[in-house]
Design a protein around this ligand. Structure first.
Ligand SMILES: Cc1ncc(COP(=O)(O)O)c(C=O)c1O
Length: 503
């Protein structure tokens, strides 16, 4: 198995030895997803080449990939023997495919990170060029790709968030933003919302407000949870957005008062909570949180790891609400996840704290040149191709109306909410009572209806994002109108399966 694995992943020498400057319209050509069979790029069996960008059914290789995975890969969040990972042969644009040649429209964008789709040729070329020029360099030096990525990000973040601390992903960004807030204020506690996800490192998972925190909860993380607004399942028994906003703000102020304002370093919120259900906050809520932070000297951290870089139809979700936090975390869409990258955008006041006092945090790969080159290329591509605007347009003209039309016909859809390419369908047993289609944190048989829904979508060539009783519609920001409609048609059929479980 080991020998086969090695040979399968070895690059063809002729592919890597050619100068990258010659890199190659034909090799990197951006093929329309329909052009799938391309005989001249068929790799010899058992090799992996830069050219393998179109589906080539090869069940034998697929079986070997799967076998090595099962033997050696330890997967996230999983009971290892209870999972069955699909072996993926390739991906392009909004699609990926397996070794049987079955193609899926990816309504998950990976884990909501491929905002420009898979294998964008300009970003692939930029990574190749950076690899050929300066593939890595230590973080203490000024490096062109890092400087340029920081400049491009700082130019887009709101207000005075003009300094960028780079990390390898979202959790590390949250970890460092929290550390900065604690050091800046000299206070220990951080308030975060139930129904949230902030990452899987120690502080980030303790900030998280979903069941993945429970087995990781140290009980000593200095985190206090509160309820953020969510009218459909209002913790405040509100019957309007305005009431929900007022009551949620009162609840937050009460929480601050009873925790002791002088003990609270920061409030962290996802601008629009992602994994927890894409609950767009009511008008005035984030401005109200900003005002509370100002009143009590608390640092406001907005986590834009999922919502940032075009997903909501603006560069950052904060732009919808005209609010500027003191710290903003990002990752995922910053370079569409082509190379791991995240970071914290830092306000001038917090940057000043560390102007003459060392910041006690760092990472070997902070601002890795390959990741930063991918960010530079991604941001430039998003500008050149109007990808942020496209996300807004697709949301307004295709996904929003299309999902609401599905909700009107399918009794299993309790609510549709979202913006841009960031949508959630709340699936329910009973629209009147709003009882979820499966219980909170359901597993095994109790989760059967969502499993059946997911299987129906996949059978129709749609890879859905499923979390608890919800499906999220989160394709790439540059998903085409035709692709979005194709996905809606598959969802329509899969929702008929969910309908069977309604009362
Ligand atoms: C809002 C938010 N914050 C933080 C994270 C953690 O990011 P990562 O998985 O890159 O550590 C995620 C990941 O989904 C996220 O959605």
């Amino acid at each position: 198995m080991t020998a086969h694995y090695v040979s399968m992943l070895s690059f063809r020498q002729d592919a890597v030895n050619e100068p990258l400057s010659a890199a190659k319209p034909d090799r990197l050509s951006w093929k329309a997803p329909g052009h799938r069979q391309d005989a001249d790029v068929a790799p010899p069996p058992g090799t992996f080449t830069l050219r393998r960008m179109t589906p080539q059914p090869n069940p034998q290789v697929g079986a070997a990939v799967k076998a090595a995975d099962r033997a050696h890969v330890f997967h996230s969040w999983s009971a290892q023997e209870l999972i069955d990972p699909l072996a993926v042969a390739g991906a392009e644009g909004s699609y990926f495919w397996d070794y049987e040649g079955k193609r899926y429209l990816d309504f998950t964008s990976g884990l909501v990170f491929t905002n420009i789709g898979y294998q964008h040729p300009k970003v692939v070329a930029a990574i190749q060029e950076q690899a050929a020029t300066l593939s890595t360099f230590a973080p203490a030096f000024a490096v062109e790709a890092r400087s340029e990525a920081a400049r491009l990000i700082a130019e887009r973040t709101p207000g005075d968030l003009d300094k960028i601390f780079f990390t390898n992903g979202g959790a590390e960004a949250v970890e460092n933003a929290t550390r900065m807030a604690r050091l800046h204020t000299g206070r220990p506690k951080v308030l975060s919302a139930y129904r949230s996800y902030h990452g899987a490192t120690s502080t980030a998972i303790n900030l998280t407000g979903d069941p993945r925190r429970w087995p990781n909860d140290s009980g000593a993380a200095g985190v206090v949870h509160f309820w953020a607004p969510f009218l459909y399942r209002s913790p405040f028994h509100s019957d309007s957005e305005q009431q929900e906003c007022e009551r949620a703000l009162q609840h937050l102020e009460d929480t601050i008062a009873f925790e002791g304002p002088g003990t609270v370093a920061a409030i962290i919120l996802e601008t629009i909570p992602g994994t927890a259900g894409i609950m767009t906050p009511p008008p005035g809520y984030l401005a109200g949180v900003r005002a509370l932070c100002d009143r009590y000297g608390i640092i406001f951290i907005l986590d834009e790891v999922m919502a940032g870089f075009g997903r909501t139809g603006k560069w950052f979700a904060a732009d919808h609400y005209d609010v500027t936090p003191d710290l903003m975390t990002f990752a995922k869409g910053v370079n569409s996840g082509y190379v791991p990258l995240g970071g914290v955008a830092i306000s001038s006041a917090i940057a000043e704290t560390f102007a003459r006092r060392p910041y006690p945090g760092g990472l070997t790969y902070s601002g890795h040149p390959l990741a930063c080159a991918a960010a530079v290329a991604t941001i430039n591509v998003m500008e050149e191709e109007g990808i942020v605007e496209q996300a807004a347009r697709i949301g307004e003209t295709v996904l929003g109306p299309g999902l609401r039309e599905l909700a009107a016909r399918h009794p299993s859809v309790g609510e549709v909410r979202g913006t841009g390419v960031f949508w959630a369908l709340e699936l329910v047993k009973d629209r009147e009572t709003r009882e979820p289609l499966v219980p909170y944190n359901a597993a095994g048989e109790a989760n059967g209806p969502m499993v059946a829904f997911g299987a129906a979508a996949k059978a129709r060539g749609l890879w859905p994002f499923i979390n608890m009783n919800r499906t999220h519609v989160v394709p790439p920001c540059n998903v085409s109108e035709g692709e979005a409609k194709e996905g809606l048609a598959a969802l329509d059929e899969a929702l008929s399966v969910a309908d069977e479980y309604t009362v």
